[in-house]
Design a protein around this ligand. Structure first.
Ligand code: ZN
Length: 173
């Protein structure tokens, strides 16, 4: 018998809505979300598998020129031919050796060049480039990274100023 103070409860497992309990509704929703996620993932996988496979962004003609045995590497900073086996460009001092970035002492020079480019040179400031600079700064500079980011954004703001057209079209090499 129900009195004024008694509570009416439904036993666990009993139906509340068309014979399905709240726990079972959650399970069905989870299964539907999981199925839809799997379907989307499968479509993305099929789309990726059907795409043309191009490991390099350049064409076959440039790849053939790069694979020639007498091809000479260039300095990425000053474009001088590098006909030596050194780690640094004799013209500008940039790191150029094929395995320079695997050597801990030379690798630091490469990182330094990349980080200096972010605060001193003109760049194409896309959100991806900015995020990359910030990530490298926090990975390499730790506590000094906020100061680096300050100079990075000052350089970026300078590029977005009145000379913006020249900054995006004419790169300093
Ligand atoms: Zn150079």
């Amino acid at each position: 018998m129900l009195t004024a103070g008694s509570r009416f409860t439904i036993p666990r497992g009993r139906s509340t809505l068309c014979g399905i309990g709240p726990g079972e509704i959650m399970k069905i929703e989870a299964l539907v979300i999981l199925g839809m996620g799997g379907l989307v993932l499968g479509r993305i996988l099929v789309w990726l598998m059907e795409a043309a496979r191009t490991p390099d962004p350049w064409g076959a003609e440039i790849q053939a020129a790069l694979d020639e045995p007498d091809a000479v590497p260039l300095c990425p900073h000053c474009l001088t031919l590098q006909e030596h086996n050194g780690w640094f460009c004799p013209e500008c001092g940039s790191t150029v050796g094929q395995y320079s970035n695997y050597l801990p002492t030379v690798y630091m020079f490469s990182i330094g060049e990349a980080l200096r480019a972010g605060v001193q040179q003109r760049n194409r400031w896309t959100p991806l480039v900015t995020a990359g600079y910030i990530l490298v700064a926090f990975a390499e500079l730790s506590l000094l990274a906020p100061f680096y980011c300050l100079f990075l954004f000052m350089n970026r703001a300078k590029a977005a100023g009145p000379g913006h057209e020249a900054a995006t079209g004419d790169f300093e090499i």
